[in-house]
Design a protein around this ligand. Structure first.
Ligand code: ATP
Ligand code: MG
Ligand code: MG
Ligand code: MG
Length: 436
């Protein structure tokens, strides 16, 4: 993509409405535009990032044997009347009436709908387990939408649902998602801490939130430092490994959010305990037969007896992650994208467009990047060097490659790694290999 043709409405000034750095940087870098409170358009740069995040999430769900489907955003109220949640959900639910006066709603989550889909065809334990997910827009009419896409009203969520014959099997499914989530966040370049979460009126101990540690987080978390070292281990595990052993070990370490924290029960010495702010990027939940019993989703067990299917649900805030990644990875100059989600792989800066040698060298590199399967953003505009550098730093591509008159004459380019600021000069034909 040539920057001269790319739709990238960056801002020079800090937008006054943005209170936290990710919101500020997403607006300044031309990633998003607010259309109403908590409702955003994703502009080309932002949408590229969103799709990258979505793809990492999808690949990890698939790796653990979860199957993708797509449910609609608009749901009939009658399903929610069956579970009893239509009245309980309150004002966060956006309620809609169609032309025939039927009550509809914009889904804030999909337990009812997936239970309906399941019960219409699955009748026997032999068809279990089933793990199903979709990546779809949700709407929650939040009291205080804020922090940009971190607490939107319309937001993109990956939500998965598990169906099992009994508690033991449901626990196996839960463990898969537990490990899958750690692996997903590690691939996104994030340190996510699994924190025991309140299960509310349902009871039991099977609910965990995944929190990214960042100063602007809305939760207070208290964690054993050993929980920050799990990434590589989780990435090496697959669905057929002994996940229970791993999950038992990890959940044996102390981690609690907000009111779940009990200093009297915390075995970690105060000096070592990490007391930090956290951003909830994922939440997994075992809830047994809460929906299957209410909605009559029964399966016959090996003994021939019909019983409500055991369920769990597993959410990841895909659009929230775009903000969370920036909170965790930026500096004064702008965003620093982890390689896995960068909107382009490399920014190519031509310092003197119109100069024949610069144009030829830049054009040559641009084509070499593409031939190597890399996605370059080529700044071919006639602008001051300082402005070009500042904009490239702001949008945070992992690599910058600079072609100037001196380098073009001697056949070298300057390469900068955005994350470290490290620079080096390389012959033009060695650039692609260094970046790939
Ligand atoms: P929060 O505590 O932040 O309100 P939640 O506990 O209500 O989130 P869940 O129902 O657990 O959210 O939904 C699963 C995931 O969806 C959350 O972990 C979060 O990453 C994401 N999410 C929830 N609400 C929003 C929102 N308003 N904007 C963006 N992402 C959200
Ligand atoms: Mg909420
Ligand atoms: Mg929450
Ligand atoms: Mg939650």
């Amino acid at each position: 993509m040539r920057l001269s043709q790319f739709f990238l409405p960056t801002l020079k000034e800090n937008p006054s409405e943005a209170q936290i750095v990710s919101h500020r940087l997403m607006l300044r870098a031309g990633m998003i535009r607010q259309q109403a409170a908590g409702i955003y358009a994703w502009l080309p740069l932002g949408y590229r990032v969103l799709k990258k995040i979505e793809q990492v999430v999808r690949e990890e769900q698939d790796r653990f044997g979860c199957q993708e489907l797509l449910m609609p955003t608009i749901q009939p109220a009658d399903l929610w009347r069956e579970s009893g949640r239509y009245d309980d959900y309150g004002k966060e639910m956006l309620r809609i009436r169609d032309r025939n006066d039927r009550d509809m709603l914009f889904g804030p989550t999909n337990e009812e709908m997936i239970t309906d889909i399941f019960r219409s065809s699955v009748k026997s334990y032999k068809q279990l387990p089933q793990l199903l997910y979709h990546i779809q827009w949700k709407f929650r009419d939040e009291v205080r939408p804020r922090f940009g896409v971190m607490r939107g009203r319309e937001f993109l969520m990956k939500d998965a649902y598990s169906f099992d014959v009994d508690y033991e099997a449901a626990r196996t499914s839960y463990n898969k998602f537990f490990v899958c989530y750690l692996s997903t966040f590690a691939r996104l370049g994030l340190k996510a801490v699994p924190v025991k979460a309140d299960t509310g009126p349902i009871g039991g101990d099977l609910s965990h939130e995944f929190q990214i540690l960042a100063e602007t987080g809305e939760s207070q978390v208290y964690v054993d430092p050993r929980l920050l070292e799990l990434d590589t281990e989780a990435r090496q595990l697959g669905p057929d490994d002994d996940l229970a052993a791993f999950v038992d070990r990890v959940t044996g370490l102390y981690a609690a959010a907000d009111e779940m924290h009990d200093p009297a029960k915390c075995p970690v010495p105060v000096a070592e305990l990490q007391t930090r702010r956290g951003i909830e990027v994922g939440h997994i939940f075992y809830f047994g037969t809460k929906y299957s019993a209410a909605m009559n989703a029964q399966v016959a067990g090996p003994d021939g007896v019909q019983r409500p299917v055991e369920m769990g649900s597993y959410g990841i805030g895909v659009s929230r992650l775009a903000g969370a990644i920036i909170e965790a990875s930026h500096d004064e100059a702008g965003i620093i994208w982890p390689d896995a989600v960068a909107p382009f792989d490399v920014g190519l800066i031509n310092l003197k467009p119109g100069d024949a040698a610069c144009d030829a060298a830049a054009q040559d590199l641009y084509q070499r990047f593409q031939a190597a399967g890399l996605d370059p953003l080529y700044d071919d505009r006639d602008e001051r060097a300082g402005a070009k550098f500042a904009q490239m730093d702001l949008i945070g591509l992992p690599w910058q490659v600079v072609i100037g008159p001196r380098g073009a004459a001697s056949g070298v380019a300057e390469i900068k790694r955005r994350a470290t600021g490290e620079k080096l000069e390389l012959p033009l034909d060695a650039v692609v290999a260094r970046i790939k």
